[in-house]
Design a protein around this ligand. Sequence first.
Ligand SMILES: [Zn+2]
Length: 229
Amino acid sequence: MRRRDDAELTAALAPLTETYGGVKAYFRGTRDPSVCWSMTAGGIEIGLSDYLADAPDAVILEFVAAAMRKRDRPPTPLYTEWMACEGFTVGKQDLFLARSRNLAGTPVGTHHDLRDAVRRLIDADLIGADDVGDARFTWTRRPNRQRIGYCAVSMRVIAVSCLLDDPDVPEHVLDYVVFHEILHLIRGPHPFRRPHDRGFNAMEAAFPRKEEAERFLRHFTQVPIRNQL
Ligand SMILES: [Zn+2]
């Protein structure tokens, strides 16, 4: 899909003219997909994240309208569907990584390589190679203790706290953290479902040394495991 320019974005948001009198819109670079707006003499001025520059008009209109109704809204149905489409991350993933200041952008750490963890999970048949085909794995720059694993599902980016890039962290513990985050990828963007529901827990139970890994992490980070992944 071709990327729109500001004039085309303004045209895509023309239906909002009825509500706001006039609409002027522009794309802006943001770390996460978002909308900002301000009222002007001529109506409303809307800034939309440039991640949506190649989205269909209907997705753009729905995303902006929902954001303006409520700032903290869940992703909307058309947007969710668009995020899950083939090739969504092309061009966006690199931008997201470059804009995420806490992400190192590389899976290669000093003591562990996250790609090795992924390979071990594939070899153990816990995931399929297709599950992570276009996913990117990165260490964080800061040794986060409260959040040791993170999955940006729509961008297909998985980050692991560099706190775990430590020779004392066994492979199976790292594998468990990476496995947990990959499960979020496999489940895909589902805004109206709790991330760790019964279905998720059932999938996670397939990891053979789960309890042992959780015990290690609790001890190693001194933080309860449930909130960290
Ligand atoms: Zn999780």
